[in-house]
Design a protein around this ligand. Structure first.
Ligand code: ASP
Length: 473
């Protein structure tokens, strides 16, 4: 069958695999020819400076921009419509409570899975029981330390609270321009609520305009999705090439590198457990939908999340998949998904907990039960405030480590060891972002079921985007 007739998820999967291969070949070839020519430039710089790498990055960024372009009109219009429907028919509070309850339960479960595995595997301790970083020189991680500084910029817990401050944006346009999604969501909820209370036919008039914006945004999402195979492929090509150059051929790691690998595998195993076991059980027993069909329906969103490492950028695709492929009503999807993309981050919460405990272990600190409990609580709270952009959880991990440091006292600098997390941050970020958006989608389906919605996935094949129009009720 011709490629363009394939189902969307197969097309994107092919793009992803080919992109990965292309990135690997580009970097491997560039580095081997540089070596043959006796070029001593840093491997990362050789790859990043290549013309083909720049083209991958350019196409990937154009795809990312197209997704981001849809966010503001799609999120605002879909929430205004959803809340207006809820306000007119009742059920706003019920849906809100259910949604928050779902977020709380799944994030806690995810953290507990991470906590169990990190305590079982102990990747931060070497075989003699000492921390893998004790007495080690972290000089080899200068590049990572620089990246960390760029990403976290000396932020502390009080900066982190800004996320909550921004929930009430002082300027609507400022929120849109600055990517303050949570602020836009809150403002849209308020607008949707009062829309139905406008006098005369003003409310219905405005509602029709908002609906038109919503339909338009979905149509553009359909168009952008047609380019997803190439967009996802190019994003992955650029990421693989860069990662390979940074990690592959360099011989700068000593014996504690094994601990970092084990930490990454532990995180991955915990993420997979949550993604496969917990999510399937919820789908099967609470949402009562076929888990396999739900994974398949969400495949385009999963692969977009994987390649972009951004829940926010993936949001248009998540909404499209949940409404058009998983059969959830617009009212539920529009309420649960945008909020979930910013507030419900299971993968991130899990990672924060595992990473913080790993850093402590690596420095030879075996946290007590009480201290680990504090890590769990802070991970849960901070995961709410983490933005849906790449590497955002690093700031939250700084906050957690500062809390642990305060408890421990004794002038220990836990944050200084953080650069070791940067070694595999991108691949882990790609995986945790996929888990984040998947949990949102499972939440939407579960809540839709409890709201008595019909038309959720049972045994038939999921339709392709565009085959079924969004349900507006
Ligand atoms: N990249 C993640 C997301 O967008 C956030 C993080 O864990 O860094 O969901």
């Amino acid at each position: 069958m011709a490629f363009w007739r394939w189902k969307l998820h197969w097309q994107i999967l092919l793009g992803l695999v080919l992109g990965g291969l292309l990135g690997y070949l580009t970097a491997a070839w560039a580095l081997s020819s540089a070596k043959a020519a006796g070029d001593v430039t840093a491997a990362g710089d050789i790859v990043v400076g290549r013309f083909d790498f720049m083209i991958y990055k350019l196409i990937g960024d154009m795809f990312l921009n197209a997704l981001k372009l849809i966010i503001v009109p799609l999120v605002t219009s879909s929430i205004v419509l959803a809340v207006a429907t809820l306000a007119a028919k009742g059920g706003f509070r019920r849906l809100g409570v259910k949604t928050l309850f779902y977020y709380l339960c799944t994030s806690t479960l995810a953290i507990l899975i991470g906590l169990t595995l990190i305590n079982l595997m102990d990747p931060g301790f070497s075989s003699d029981g000492s921390g893998i970083l004790v007495g080690q020189d972290l000089g080899a991680f200068a590049e990572e330390a620089e990246q960390l500084e760029e990403k976290t910029g000396g932020k502390t817990a009080s900066d982190f609270l800004d996320v909550f401050r921004e929930m009430i944006p002082p300027n609507l346009f400022g929120a849109a321009v600055g990517g303050n999604l949570l602020g836009l969501i809150v403002a849209s909820m308020v607008a949707g609520y009062f829309l139905t209370r406008l006098a005369g036919d003003l409310g219905s008039l405005l509602q029709r305009v908002v609906k038109a914006i919503y339909e338009l945004s979905l149509a553009v999402t359909d168009l952008v999705l047609k380019f997803a195979p190439i967009g996802v492929g190019m994003l992955v090509a650029a990421t693989v090439a860069e990662q390979y150059a940074r990690l592959g051929p360099e011989d700068r790691f000593n014996e504690f590198f094994g601990g970092i690998v084990l930490f990454s595998l532990t995180t991955l195993a915990a993420l997979i457990l949550h993604f496969v076991v917990v999510m399937s059980l919820i789908l099967l027993f609470i949402a009562r939908v076929n888990p396999l069909r739900h994974y398949k329906a969400m495949a385009p969103a999963l692969m977009t999340a994987f390649s972009t490492a951004s829940s926010s950028a993936t949001l248009p695709v998540t909404i499209e998949c949940v409404e058009e492929r998983a059969g959830v009503s617009n009212k539920t999807a529009s309420f649960v998904l945008p909020l979930g993309a910013t507030v419900n981050m299971d993968g991130t919460a899990l990672y924060e907990c595992v990473a913080a405990i790993f850093v402590c272990q690596a420095l030879g600190i075996d946290l007590t039960f009480g201290q680990q409990f504090m890590v769990v609580v802070v991970a849960l709270l901070t995961s709410v405030g983490v933005a849906g952009v790449p590497s955002a959880s690093l700031v939250a991990i700084v906050v957690i480590l500062q809390q642990v440091q305060n408890q421990l006292g004794g002038g220990m600098d836990l944050v200084a060891a953080l650069p070791i997390l940067l070694v595999f941050d991108r691949p882990l970020d790609m995986c945790r972002t996929a888990v984040n958006i998947f949990s949102d989608s499972v939440g939407a389906v579960t809540i839709a079921r409890t709201e008595g919605e019909t038309g959720l996935l049972t045994t038939e094949e999921p339709p392709e985007p565009g085959e079924v129009g969004p349900k507006l009720d």
